[in-house]
Design a protein around this ligand. Sequence first.
Ligand code: HGY
Ligand code: MN
Ligand code: MN
Length: 430
Amino acid sequence: MARCDELARVTATPGEIERVYLSPEHARVNRLAAEWMRELGMRTWQDAAGNQFGRIEPASAPAADRLPSHSDRRPALVLGSHLDTVLDAGRYDGIVGVLMALEVVRLLRVPVGDGAAPDGQAWAVPLPFAIEVVAFSDEEGTRFGKALLGSSAVAGSWDDAWWQLTDADGVTLHRAFLEFGLDPGRIGEAAKRPDEVVAYLEAHIEQGPELDRSGQPLAVVSSIASARRFQLVVEGEARHAGGTPYDMRRDALLGASEAALAVERICSAEHHIIGTVGQFEAFPGAVNVIPGEVQFSLDLRGEFDGERDRVWDAVTRELDAIMGRRGLRWTAREVHSAPAVFCAPLLQDVVAAGIAGFAPNPREAPPVIFSRAGHDGMALGAIADVGMLFLRNPDGISHHPDEAVAAGDVAHGIRALAESVLLLGHEPRA
Ligand code: HGY
Ligand code: MN
Ligand code: MN
């Protein structure tokens, strides 16, 4: 918990938590995470996409595998989450999952007296596979709009079109890589082959109220919502706020406002579909000028890709009707898309068993929750089975400074995750 506070102090905005991809803050938390990984006897490296990794070998591995220089790529169970944040963020979203993964290594590791360790005691894990802990570098997409950049590189699904993505200052992703000290030409080296990843297992706060309402500390995640993100533009006509009678107005702000309300009406009538307008800007933005243009974002999620897409079609039909009535034009540019990821049954089983082992009332099966929030598992799902363990989020508030998690629930979560890893290690299906 103290480390969550320590990481929270690494921010671009004093008084708030802001840590975006390829920023000086990103570099600083990677160094901190690497230090904590090395303290556990893990080998560490930052990959070609700026993700921070630590690795500890299985006790069965030969001593030479434990040398820092070793670049073994034999199968590893990957645990972790992300250290980047949204703007004015909370201090646990992603962060607590990375730190819990490190505590699982601390719980499971055993000393190995093979003298191969260059600086003292060598450590390993009593498992048939290595454990890698990853601190993904850009789950949120805060800086460039496209989410899951770090984990997409690991999944081998990097798209070179992304190099031209720009941040609010017009800096391209390509230039940001160079300024961070990464070589865009080597991005392919971040990709893992499916046979190198036993599975990806992530602990994360729920970012919703279900566990808090049910009084349960932990849950198994059944699937992660599919996502599509758009930047929309509504065009009308800027005119004098006083001299222009209503029957001559083509007010882009009113059209865009009706659109945002239509998103709420359409999505709230559906099951497990969520649509949110998070950014909304009127131009020219003067108090005495009718807005001629509005730019706004749409974040659309669903449990199933097809349902999400059907709702997007319904939204576009409604936008046509609204803008038609008002004499406005609208366009939409898709900036992010990720399919739903269904957590592997085997991983759901071991997470449920891990939780049951440490839940206050082990007789009850732990809750199973559909994740409305996106996670790096959406990218990793392309190369590995994905499993997630949720922690209770008091009041469910997240992406906000009041985001909280109880130390007791984190303690339960660490033991449950460690138990899940041990069960996976003895699971023939793994
Ligand atoms: O947007 C999300 O759901 C995640 O927190 N990035
Ligand atoms: Mn988030
Ligand atoms: Mn997150």
